[in-house]
Design a protein around this ligand. Sequence first.
Ligand code: UFG
Length: 340
Amino acid sequence: MPTTVLVTGGAGFIGSHTCVELLTHGYDVVVVDDHSNSSPHALERVAKTAGRPVTAAYETDLRDRRALNAVFDAHRVDAVIHFAARKAVGESVQIPVAYYDTNVGGTTALLAAMEQHDVRRLVFSSSCSVYGDATKVPLTEADPVAPTNPYATTKLLCERITGDVCRRLPGLSVLALRYFNPVGAHPSGHLGEDPRGVPNNVMPYLAQVAVGRRDRLRVFGDDYPTPDGTGVRDYIHVMDVAEGHRVALEHLDDEHGMRVFNLGTGTGTSVLELLAAFSAACGREIPHEITGRRPGDVPALVADPGAVARAWGWTTRRDLTDMCRDAWRFQELNPSGYPG
Ligand code: UFG
């Protein structure tokens, strides 16, 4: 089993929670993060929450090959978890070249460094957005992929590139995890989602409205073909996502090559249902208004989580109430996010 894990994007939302999960389960963790969308304070919170710090943290862009190779030279890395990427769907439409450059270029640089240093285990952060405008839910890994924006295309390209590298390097084991909508926070309230600027995603936006930083949530469309007309998503607690990565590490050696798994709960929640659950968690009404649809949004994305359950005997443990309670606790304790 791997003992030293290199986590790219380890100071980000999912990365930082995964670092805690790994540290509390005895792994040593090395972080590479350029802090373009994360705070270095997150790693202080990781140490406080886990009771021990990461072994080392490098402020490095993955595309800086010299710096990345120096990280691999300095540590005997057993496995890599690759989160580092740009992830705002709308922005990806505006600046597609930057998305391809960072997400695809970062991944190819990482794969080259791994090959050079004989590192043969990788967990790759993919996305349910690769399914695009799903014609049916729940979605299995066998359903067709059809990205509808550059962000989703970068994730699919990275899956394909990694698959090609697996065919070339028979000893390589890769697990690509297609997350649905990660939300929530560590139950301690020390670690959570702290996006820079105006949040793109519904949960951090809701939390900032609840704490008084924003006036109201705009619900993007109530005329979708869903039970209440608002968009339906499969929200998954970030600690379940973190746990999923730890369990994935334990299964990298099951077989060589590339395997793809959904990471979701199998339960769909509409924006209005999420709003109600969050209001209950924070004990106040959340001001909101219905506005027009957001370009690029799809009506419903829900996972069939069966494949991962069959392969690993693992399922998510936390529900929507847990997600809202923990997201609210972090926001209440850190009304302006991380310091600095
Ligand atoms: N929504 C609102 N108001 C908002 C923000 C979102 O009503 O202010 C609605 C959306 O229309 C959608 C739902 O809330 O129906 C969820 O939207 P998010 O922006 O939170 O998340 P997405 O489903 O758009 O997911 C995208 C990508 C994922 C990625 C995720 C987090 O598709 O791959 O953002 O970056 F993981």
